[in-house]
Write a protein that binds this ligand. Structure first.
Ligand SMILES: C[S@@+](CC[C@H](N)C(=O)[O-])C[C@H]1O[C@@H](n2cnc3c(N)ncnc32)[C@H](O)[C@@H]1O
Ligand SMILES: [Zn+2]
Length: 278
């Protein structure tokens, strides 16, 4: 089942088949050969190649494939599927889905527990969406801007935003009143052992989604997902570093310090917060 999309130019419904879509005003779109839709307009790009670049996507894909975040992904996917079971033909969007690691797990859980659902993954990075196409054929993948999504007003039943930017106005426009928004973001202790190695002073982000979303969302609950895992080789420590923003900020001295480590025990500390569109 594919997702109902709207034209990014005029926001009217797109119709067609798996290869071609067109709106009533004859704006038309062809599916890329990998199967995704490119619905990002040139004037929505702030740079030539927006979002995560090819190297960042590859680093994330390689690290996630090691399986250390699987327990996290399974918890998120289970929570999402549980909410979807109570809904009739739910339309679900994973905003900022990256290379689709979590989206694909959601699809597996939805398949087991929900019916009549439509699941889409949206990201502004074409490198991420190209990689996502290899994860699942059952998800509608699109390159689009989260700040102006090609979906109708009040048409979504559930949205997930995992480690991606919150865009409250557009989330409010597209979610139905009463619909749920599920967001994941790092807790204060997330990868604390790595951050301690990198920074002289470890800072907390101070991020409070409750305040960012307060105008149009009611905060329902925040769950902490926390466990330890050990990276057993310097190569895997490197792979984690390449995936995180710390990898771009690290000094040469800290990089050399880290390179000495033969293994690294780490804390995963993630907040999973749910909100209801008022
Ligand atoms: C930290 S990654 C998270 C990816 C994925 N959710 C995960 O957890 O593996 C953030 C993602 O947001 C995307 N992104 C950045 N700005 C965006 C925008 N304006 N609209 C949609 N996606 C955006 C990036 O390309 C990147 O894939
Ligand atoms: Zn149109």
């Amino acid at each position: 089942m594919s997702f109902d999309l709207n034209c990014p130019v005029c926001l009217q419904p797109l119709q067609g088949d798996l290869k071609h879509l067109e709106c009533p005003e004859r704006h038309s779109y062809d599916a890329a050969k990998q199967g995704y839709w490119n619905l990002l307009l040139a004037n929505q790009k702030r740079s030539k190649d927006p979002g995560d670049n090819a190297a960042m996507v590859l680093a994330r894909r390689q690290f996630l494939a090691l399986g250390y975040y699987q327990q996290l992904a399974d918890t998120i996917a289970t929570r999402l599927a549980k909410r979807a079971t109570d809904l009739v033909t739910p339309r679900i969007l994973d905003m900022g889905c990256g290379e689709g690691y979590y989206t694909q797990r959601m699809e597996q859980q939805l398949e087991l527990h929900a019916s009549g659902y439509q699941l889409a993954g949206l990201d502004i990075s074409k490198h991420a969406i190209k990689a996502a196409c290899r994860q699942s054929k059952a998800v509608t993948w699109m390159v689009a801007s989260g700040a102006r999504m090609p979906v109708a007003d009040a048409s979504l039943d559930l949205m997930t935003v995992l480690f991606s930017r919150l865009m409250p106005e557009e989330f409010s426009r597209t979610l139905k009143p009463g619909a749920e928004l599920l967001i994941a973001y790092p807790g204060d202790d997330h990868l604390i052992e790595l951050r301690t190695q990198i920074y002289d002073e470890v800072r907390h982000s101070g991020f409070t989604p409750e305040s960012v979303l307060a105008d149009t969302f009611e905060h329902l609950a925040t769950e902490t997902i926390s466990y330890q895992f050990t990276l057993p080789t310097p190569a895997q420590i490197d792979q984690l570093l390449a995936m995180t923003p710390h990898g771009w900020r690290i000094t040469q001295a800290a990089r050399e310090r880290l390179a000495e480590l033969q293994q690294l025990e780490l804390t995963l500390d993630v907040r999973l917060a749910s909100f209801r569109r008022i």
